[in-house]
Write a protein that binds this ligand. Structure first.
Ligand code: MTE
Ligand code: MO
Length: 328
């Protein structure tokens, strides 16, 4: 069993806020003030309230809702919030869709994000300072799971490129690997499973800095629910859903292409690229159509999930090298 208990991002040198990372002084001041109030609140909660009561108080809740960027509208109706928050894939809490209740055990604070590997300076960031420093916006995106269900969701978050810029990667960095929290105490999937935890995913620097690549902190104008990958998850709308890794604790810049969780489990079914393509079947089912959450309607799947104009250029010429591996 491959279980990772030690969290390598929990370093003694972890500073609450890294000023060099957050250049905007005004935002830093706001973040720190809120942080101190939060610290006081947590202290009171520990002696008084239940864990559930404390979890309900998201320290970034005051930031929501944020204005929608109308440049990212799509031509189909939003899925119902109640479906998006109750039909989930989050294997850390179970290998079925009804994990929302179990996921409430996830402890969201304190939460730190480790940035390491091929960067000018490795860092550990406090999630609240990070979220407050980023330019938040709302984007409506299509989501297509490799299992052939799909949804349409208004995410709140910030461009992945904003994080990459501040991380100051070295020129030899070619890929970014992301790692989810793997906490035996709160995640039954990790205690019970033989999966290669922690969940990891990776993408190229060009993909991560593409305009569509998004890091979500919220959904439907509120902080991200735990079951949807709070406090920080990736959203890559042109790729199958398993690439959109949840509850991220670490971003590692690398020269070698990392092998993700699903690729390690079954390479022939879940490849590194995993770009949505209706013409390349999964070895066990067709990818030609998808079933929409909420309406149950079946609609044709689109190449790059309908985002070809923005991302097709990233894969020019790679067909000869990777063939249909680009699409599963
Ligand atoms: N850490 C982690 N991230 C994950 C998963 C997971 O099991 N664990 N499942 C993936 C899959 S297969 C999909 S379709 C989406 C589902 O996101 P949702 O539950 O918010 O709809 O999360 C992705 N990110
Ligand atoms: Mo998925």
């Amino acid at each position: 069993m491959l279980i990772k208990i030690k969290r390598s991002w929990e370093l003694p040198d972890s500073a609450a806020t890294d000023e060099a990372f957050f250049r905007d002084r005004r935002r830093i001041a706001k973040g720190l003030a809120a942080g101190s109030i939060l610290a006081a609140g947590f202290g009171a909660g520990l002696t008084g309230g239940s864990r559930a009561a404390r979890a309900a108080d998201d320290p970034t809740a005051d930031l929501y809702p944020v204005p929608r960027d109308e440049g990212y509208q799509v031509d189909r109706a939003l899925s119902d919030e109640s479906d998006v928050t109750s039909y989930n894939n989050f294997y850390e809490f179970g290998s079925h869709k009804q994990i929302a209740e179990a996921a409430q055990a996830l402890e969201l604070r304190p939460w730190q994000i480790r940035i390491d590997g091929l960067v000018e300076e490795e860092k550990t960031l406090d999630i609240d300072a990070l979220i407050r420093a980023m330019p938040l916006e709302e984007r409506v995106y299509r989501h297509r799971c490799v299992e052939a269900w799909a949804m349409t969701v208004p995410w709140t978050g910030f461009p992945f490129a904003e994080l990459v810029k501040r991380a100051k990667p070295l020129s030899k960095a070619k890929y970014i690997r992301m790692t989810s929290l793997a906490d035996e105490a709160t995640m039954p999937g990790i205690r019970a499973g033989w999966y290669p935890w922690p969940y990891t995913e990776a993408l190229t620097m060009e993909e991560a800095t593409n305009d569509l690549a998004f890091l979500a902190t919220g959904l439907y104008g509120k902080p991200l629910p735990k079951q949807n990958g709070a406090p920080l998850r990736e959203v890559l709308p042109w790729k199958y859903g398993f690439k959109s890794i949840k509850s991220i604790v670490r971003f590692t810049f690398t020269e070698e292409r990392p092998v993700g969780f699903w690729e390690e489990i079954q390479k022939s079914e879940y490849g590194f690229w995993a770009n949505v393509n209706p013409d390349v079947a999964h070895p066990r089912w067709s990818q030609a159509s998808e079933r929409l959450l909420s309406t149950g309607e079946s609609v044709p799947t689109r190449l790059f999930n309908g985002y070809g104009e923005q991302v097709a250029h990233l894969y020019k010429g790679l067909e000869t090298e990777f063939g249909d591996r680009l699409y599963r």
